[in-house]
Design a protein around this ligand. Structure first.
Ligand code: SF4
Length: 335
């Protein structure tokens, strides 16, 4: 397919469907494009290892949002999923933001359709809305404060104890926060397909076979898994814990992409992905895995697919993100 044809089909396909010369060293090409276009590659921990290795900044949602806000680059290349690239555009509207594949969505974000959520919010006018960053810009625009799993507790602590709160869209993270903070937030019933798939029974069997292994889990996992975990934390917190803790074996209950960085930072330790409740590799996020090194190269070279946003929506969605960043800064959570 030629470039004009491929560009005309981006909406339909999600990416530029152009054959890449197999002889080309894409790592060298990506470095060249970074310099030529003053571009920065931001990558989430859940993308493939080769993309993590070529990124300028690797992080979780909070770190990526902060980096997207502070960068001087002219082009932000976001190796992650759509809501993350959208957040980068919301925070940095003058920059060009490109995403390797527009179809890299998120089952959690999809679990909160804006119309239904608006009706739910209107039924509870005395509630403040806190939304996890894994949501669409429409949901962000309906929220008072955005949070990530790194700063959610700090955000709740910054509010009066009697403040009524709706938490969306992740019911597991919401229930975990209710338990940890003693709050009684009203929870929207959304969930992430990757974090809901872990099998408690199989994790326990794995633990019996590896008695010295510690179970570490992301708070998007179901309550039963969190109950048996030795440590619960955001992706960055899990990485830090796995590297600094005395244990040398870990069963990791989150998306498998993080194992690449864990293994790099602690090569002498063993990291075992927690098993899903079926035979397939369903703890790989299918959306994150739509990113490939070829698509990354193509979106940098042709600056397509690009994230574009309606300005009113962008401004409405920015407000609760700014509040999150302010509270996080005051709590000393930003670097
Ligand atoms: S792992 Fe879950 S929450 Fe994260 S991007 Fe994938 S579907 Fe969304």
């Amino acid at each position: 397919m030629n470039i004009a044809e491929a560009k005309s089909k981006v909406e339909e396909k999600g990416f530029l469907d152009i054959e890449v010369d197999v002889q080309m060293d894409l790592f060298v090409e990506i470095e060249r494009l970074k310099k030529e276009k003053n571009a920065i590659v931001l990558a989430h921990y859940y993308v493939d290892g080769d993309i993590q290795d070529v990124s300028d900044f690797l992080g979780d949602s909070l770190g990526l949002a902060q980096k997207a806000q502070s960068t001087n680059a002219d082009m932000i290349v976001f190796a992650g999923v759509h809501f993350m690239a959208e957040t980068a555009k919301i925070l940095n509207p003058t920059k060009k933001v490109v995403l390797p594949d527009l179809k890299a969505g998120c089952s959690l974000a999809d679990s909160a359709p804006a119309g239904l959520f608006k009706a739910f919010k209107e039924k509870h006018p005395d509630h403040l809305v806190i939304s996890y960053i894994n949501c669409t810009s429409d949901i962000k625009a309906l929220s008072d404060i955005i949070c990530t799993s790194s700063n959610a507790e700090a955000i709740l602590h910054s509010l009066p104890k009697d403040q009524k709160v709706i938490f969306a869209p992740d019911k597991n993270l919401g229930a975990y926060l209710n338990k940890k903070t003693g709050r009684d937030m009203l929870l929207w019933s959304g969930a992430c397909m990757v974090h809901e798939i872990f099998s408690l029974e199989k994790i326990i069997k794995l633990k019996v076979r590896n008695p010295n292994a510690k179970v570490i889990a992301h708070p998007e996992c179901e309550e039963a898994v969190l109950r048996i975990a030795d440590f619960v934390g955001s992706t960055t917190q899990l990485l830090k814990y796995a590297v600094t803790d005395k244990a040398v074996e870990f069963i990791v209950a989150t998306e498998t992409g993080i194992l690449h960085q864990m293994q790099k930072d602690a090569p002498y330790k063993t990291f075992i992905p927690a098993p899903p409740n079926n035979g397939c590799a369903c703890n790989d996020c299918p959306y994150m895995k739509l990113n490939s090194i070829e698509k990354l190269y193509l979106c940098m070279e042709y600056e397509t697919p690009e994230i574009l946003m309606d300005e009113d929506l962008r401004l409405a969605a920015k407000k609760p993100i700014d509040r999150m960043l302010e509270i996080s800064r005051a709590a000393g959570l930003l670097g």
